[in-house]
Design a protein. Sequence first.
Length: 79
Amino acid sequence: MEEFMNERQKSEKGYRLFKSIKDITMAALILGSGILMLGAKWFNYDRVLNIDTEFRMIFGFMCIAYGGFRLYRGIKQTD
């Protein structure tokens, strides 16, 4: 019975590690897109994106907030 519990704990630890890596990777992508939306004027992407400035700012802040939440959750799961 003890062997089964050890295997289960290893499996759960591996799943938590995979999930935290996935959360951190997704957070990096979402934060990157938020930074791209907010800094489109400085990166000279505002002509390419063809999105209204107000919408781009709102979407950029939403991406930053959600990406920060995903990063927090990914880091917290490793504890």
